[in-house]
Write a protein that binds this ligand. Structure first.
Ligand code: CA
Length: 287
């Protein structure tokens, strides 16, 4: 069992208090490799999986470094969740992260986690592909019962939508919140130095800091908890929809824009509720 820290300790301690209910099934599609906020997301998901709040039925890596799946395995192993399968996009590479985007001295963590912490996956090439994972999970689940939390590139999901009938399923595949919320402060003061979560934040942020924007952790919290309050976890109503209509338009170059079209009412963007401050939400995130 891994080391836990508040508020994760608090959530874990509430395990026995949570009423039995069918946990929401979630697949997390992550570019775990560069920004460390994916580590925070997987820590949140692992703790809530351990509390039976969510059933994390898979983690799909959408970056090609072999260290992504290995780092995910370290995190799952740290929290004792060896039942969470990890899938890795192909082809795999030996690349390690180097901050050529802005040269802000953001450091590499994925390979370091892989080499210094125990993990259940020895070789990323032994993992299933993300499409295989998705097709297995989706084909065995009720309609509308699986939430996919996408935290990075959309390559895996695009490949899934282009997939065709196979031995797993006869069906075809078709079917910026967080910048101002800084989380991770508690990692430096409360998590033991042996925590891979703390180490990853320290390596990435650099200069002994663990403070990082919370794009992916907040997305993960919403994907698991939804819009409703969770008093059993001590979490009030955190998110609400900020629009009544419109849709997200994604251009071929990957850029996106919101289109105010009153005919489309099934897409939303989020805002924090009036009861939620950036600080209080950060407390609910890693650290
Ligand atoms: Ca990410």
């Amino acid at each position: 069992m891994g080391h836990l820290y508040t508020p994760l300790v608090l959530l874990w301690a509430m395990y026995g208090l949570i009423a039995a209910r069918s946990a929401r099934m979630v697949v997390i599609d992550t570019d775990l490799f560069s920004d460390v906020d994916d580590v925070g997301s997987l820590a949140i998901a692992n703790v809530l999986h351990g509390c039976n709040v969510v059933n994390v039925t898979g983690i799909a890596i959408n970056t090609h470094s072999k260290y992504g799946a290995l780092a995910a395995s370290v995190i799952n192993t740290h929290f004792g969740n060896l039942d969470i399968p990890v899938a890795a996009i192909r082809p795999l590479s030996n690349h390690t992260f180097f901050d050529i985007y802005a040269f802000r001295s953001h450091g590499e963590y994925a390979a370091k986690l892989a080499h210094n912490w125990p993990r259940s996956i020895n070789d990323s090439s032994m993992t299933p592909t993300p499409v295989s994972l998705y097709r297995r999970v989706l084909s065995s689940a009720e309609d509308n019962s699986v939430t996919i939390i996408s935290l990075g590139f959309l390559t895996n999901l695009a490949t899934l939508m282009d997939s065709h009938a196979d031995a797993i399923s006869p069906l075809m595949g078709r079917f910026e919140l967080g910048k101002d919320v800084i989380s991770g402060a508690g990692l430096a003061s409360l998590a033991p130095s042996s925590s891979p979560i703390r180490a990853a934040y320290e390596w990435y942020v650099g200069r002994c800091s663990t403070l990082r924007e919370s794009w992916d952790p907040i997305t993960t919290l919403y994907g698991i908890l939804g819009l409703e309050p969770h008093p059993e976890l001590g979490i009030g109503k955190t998110f609400e929809y900020a629009n009544d209509f419109g849709y997200n338009w994604v251009s071929p170059d990957g850029s996106n824009a919101w289109v105010n079209d009153s005919r489309v009412t099934n897409q939303h963007w989020l805002k924090l509720t009036d009861l939620t401050t950036n600080t209080s939400l950060a407390i609910a995130s890693p650290g």
